[in-house]
Design a protein around this ligand. Structure first.
Ligand code: NAP
Length: 458
């Protein structure tokens, strides 16, 4: 009887995970997607706890309190801008759990045949994802050097190490009772995880994290085969494939090839802004900006990483409110890699309750810039840089960008002429039609909103 109930729980949980992924792909349904995903996870956990024969409740209670003691403060203490490294830590822990379960299963049951194949795959992927994700965390948190660490014959050495680990895995499948091989196999996987990530620069870490997410998912799927748990197979496969697709989308949006991210040891683009800093730019005050916005018919706002740093999304909402009240058509253009993680801008704008139907993806809004009176860039830089279109020598050449330079007037809120993530100067700032609004995004927007309010009451 319990067996049937457990299977029913697992079935509903699997359906919830699939729906959750589907709903999370659009801002309007994303909240529902998260809730359904959480519900699915709850059902999966409760279903597993009902399996008296395999569950030790004392151990689970200890793990529950220990995990919560680490996870809850982590969620509250790490700021929004540190979400990429927090995600890396979560993958590290998830992968370690999968690898340790693999190790425990091996020593407890020493399985043979296909189960041992699955268990070897689970342990290999789990251990390498664990150390790889810790390296990614270290680079993003700048505990480790963010530049690529390279040396001669690196790729050959890495591939040989992986080959050796796989060879030990195959040997374990053929002779599972040779337990001395298991620690060597695990150690090789742990070392490979470190060596796989150190040559990759900090700049590519978010893409690498999506890929590590995929490995952790595959490890969980392999664990599902090893433990004969269908829900783990489904959830792991969903995780594995969605992480892989996400990393490909991110590579495309940054115009990087997949192999280049993994083996290129790029990471840090050169900084060329010194020479450009002397060139003249036109700057404007909040009063100027308010009166230009006030007399516009159509304004396209382009948020970027600086908006996230300044936490300016709520002020942007106030600006949106006051402009729409005055009949201005305000839209938001979202670049797929604006900010520092996929969906970064969508999350922040949703938090400020900006209507979803005003958020447009790059391909849907790029042709509208030519009709816009104002493109208001708020803390975005690389995603607006025309060099990606015009300058074949630029490191970001070929990256799809938002066509802000096509708008009648461009206004850019940022604190200085400093470059963004790619470390390169932005031609946009020196154009005749561009006005630089120097200041912190939140502070500057506050002043603009005040000015517009004052002009209403005047
Ligand atoms: P960006 O090119 O990094 O530029 C952000 C700008 O914000 C900076 O130039 C900075 O200029 C400004 N800024 C910082 N703090 C500010 C504040 N308090 N107020 C106002 N402005 C502030 O950002 P982006 O245009 O969003 O482009 C994202 C970049 O990250 C791309 O190169 C992308 O490839 C990369 N990336 C994104 C992801 C992702 O998943 N989204 C992942 C990996 C890499 P000042 O210092 O002058 O203020």
């Amino acid at each position: 009887m319990t067996g049937h109930i457990v299977q029913l729980f697992y079935l509903v949980a699997a359906a919830s995970f699939i729906l959750s992924l589907k709903w999370m792909s659009a801002p309007a349904t994303a909240r529902r997607g998260i809730l359904v995903g959480e519900l699915g996870m709850l059902l999966a956990i409760v279903g597993t706890l009902l399996r008296h024969e395999v569950v030790s409740y004392q151990g689970i209670l200890v793990a529950f309190f220990l995990g919560s003691a680490i996870g809850v403060p982590l969620a509250y203490l790490m700021p929004m801008t540190a979400v990429p490294q927090r995600t890396a830590l979560s993958h590290a822990f998830g992968a370690l759990a999968a690898a340790l379960i693999g190790a425990a299963e091996y020593y407890k049951h020493t399985p043979h045949g296909l189960v041992m194949v699955a268990l070897a795959a689970e342990t290999l992927l789990g251990f390498l994802t664990f150390t790889g994700s810790l390296m990614a965390f270290g680079k993003l948190q700048e505990i480790l050097p963010t530049r690529p660490i390279t040396y001669r014959h690196q790729n050959v050495l890495n591939l040989s190490l992986l080959g050796l680990a796989v060879a030990f895995g195959v040997a374990l499948v053929l002779r599972p009772e040779q337990t001395w091989m298991f620690p060597i196999f695990s150690a090789l996987a742990l070392i490979f995880g470190v060596l796989l990530i150190v040559p990759i620069g900090g700049a590519d870490m978010p893409t690498v994290i999506a890929l590590l997410n995929s490995y952790a998912g595959l490890s969980a799927a392999a664990m599902g085969f090893a433990l004969d748990n269908k829900l783990l197979i489904i959830a792991g496969t969903l995780d594995g494939s969605s992480g892989f697709i996400l990393s490909i989308i991110m590579c495309r949006a940054m115009n990087r090839s997949f192999t280049n991210v993994l083996f290129g040891a790029f990471g840090q683009a050169q900084t060329t802004h010194e020479q450009a800093a002397q060139r003249p730019v036109r700057s404007a005050t909040p009063e100027d900006a308010a009166s230009i916005l006030d007399s516009a018919r159509m304004v396209i706002v382009v948020p970027g990483y600086g908006m996230a740093v300044a936490q300016a999304q709520h002020k942007l909402r106030e600006l949106y409110d006051s402009l729409t009240k005055r009949g201005v058509d305000v839209r938001f253009a979202i670049h797929p890699v604006a900010g520092r993680m996929p969906g970064h801008m969508n999350v922040l704008l949703a938090e400020a309750d900006i209507p979803y139907d005003k958020l447009f993806e790059m391909d849907d809004i790029n042709s509208d810039f030519a009709q816009a009176d104002v493109a208001l860039v708020v803390g975005a830089n690389d995603v607006t840089n025309p060099a990606a279109r015009n300058d074949s020598s630029s490191p970001i050449y070929g990256m799809p960008i938002l066509n802000v330079d096509k708008a009648r007037t461009v206004m850019v809120i940022k604190r200085s002429l400093s470059p963004g993530f790619a470390g390169i100067d932005n031609e946009l700032y020196y154009m005749e039609k561009t006005l630089m609004l120097f200041g912190d995004a939140k502070g500057f927007l506050t002043s603009i909103v005040k000015e517009i309010g004052a002009s209403v009451h005047a």
